[in-house]
Design a protein around this ligand. Structure first.
Ligand code: DAH
Length: 335
């Protein structure tokens, strides 16, 4: 066997099992053969050169075969219906950190859960609405100064990203009015994002969440409303609470009230430290009429307030801006 033959057998064998077969082309044996060429007598060089070329070609062919084989092994059939990490060839490289729900989502679900257990339906509010639902149906006459209090954004087409979830009242009342005709009540909450064109600071955001409730029956009363709200807040904060109200003006209720709770000592409150939690009142007859409900036969109460404020009190959060900041340090506290 010539030197060339033994080098070929040896290198071919290495190529067949190597993960990096092309490196075999840099083997010292090959370099040595090329070096020997120079020292051969002239008449032998042509044959030896040809033999060396053939050797390189056969090595290259073997490398191509091996590369294709390696590629085949690397392509494992993927189950496209499986969770993405199951298809990974290198699961150790995947992040083991999993995401979590945003604290607003978690708390909103608690709120919805409490109200649905109390017998309320729940609907997500719209993120784009119109002047009628934002104002007209809620007894804000055209040009009424109370409209300015809502700092509404408007699209070029005149639509309004709602500034409160009260925009849902007319829809809910209309949709559920046959329940009254069938002898039942309307009991519904609407929740979702609202938007206000105002300067952002620790207690004001352009985007936040509200929860709105309406209840209509033949004999709905303020005392039922106060009992409902008290039951809700005591369940949400997991303790007995002192409550009180003070007059508040909202065109869609009469009387209108601000509902307050005394900040519990367990979360650092001092006696007499009252916090305004939401606006509420008996639904104005014009609002019932706008929804096709006869205010001489039926009455209702309604309330609405910010979700972040409730969460801030529960967890002692000082700055409203944390919620929309996307800061992981804040979000991880709730993980
Ligand atoms: N929509 C009011 C606001 O955002 C809050 C409110 C007050 C809602 C009284 C109500 C209500 O349903 O009866 O400022």
């Amino acid at each position: 066997m010539s030197t060339t033959d033994s080098v070929r057998d040896n290198l071919l064998a290495r190529i067949k099992t190597s993960d990096t077969p092309y490196e075999v082309l840099r083997a010292p044996e090959l370099k040595a053969l090329a070096g020997e060429l120079q020292s051969l007598p002239v008449e032998q060089r042509a044959d030896a050169g040809r033999a060396l070329n053939e050797l390189k070609q056969s090595l290259q062919a073997a490398i191509d075969v091996r590369q294709a084989e390696l590629l085949d092994q690397a392509v494992v059939p993927i189950d496209v219906t499986a969770p993405w990490d199951l298809n990974s060839q290198r699961p150790e490289l995947l992040s083991t950190e999993t995401g979590t729900q945003h604290p607003i989502t978690v708390e909103l679900e608690r709120v919805i859960d409490i109200f649905t257990r109390m017998g309320f339906d729940a609907h997500e509010s719209r993120q784009l609405d119109d002047d009628w639902n934002m104002f007209g149906a809620l007894n804000f006459p055209e040009g009424h100064p109370a409209r300015d209090g809502y700092d509404t954004f408007r699209t070029e087409e005149g639509f309004i990203p709602p500034a409160h979830t009260s925009t849902m009242q007319n829809r809910v009342l209309r949709a559920d009015k046959q329940k009254l005709e069938a002898g039942g009540n309307i009991a519904s909450i609407s929740y979702g994002r609202v938007f206000r064109n105002e300067d952002v600071d620790a207690t004001h955001e352009h985007t936040f969440y509200q929860v709105e409730g309406v209840f209509v029956s033949r004999d709905a009363s303020l005392s039922q409303m106060l009992g409902t709200l008290r039951a809700f807040f005591e369940e949400y904060y997991g303790q007995k609470l002192a409550i009180r109200t003070q007059p508040g003006y909202f065109p869609f209720v009469e009387p209108g009230l601000e509902f307050m709770i005394e900040k519990p000592a367990s979360i650092g409150g001092k006696p007499g430290e009252w916090l305004e939690m939401l606006g509420c009142g008996m639904i104005h007859p014009n609002v019932l009429t706008a929804a096709g409900i006869d205010p001489t036969e039926y009455r209702g109460f309604a309330w609405g307030g910010g979700v972040e404020r409730m969460i801030m009190l529960k967890y002692g959060i000082e700055d409203l801006r944390h919620f929309e900041s996307g800061k992981l340090a804040f979000l991880r506290k709730f993980a």
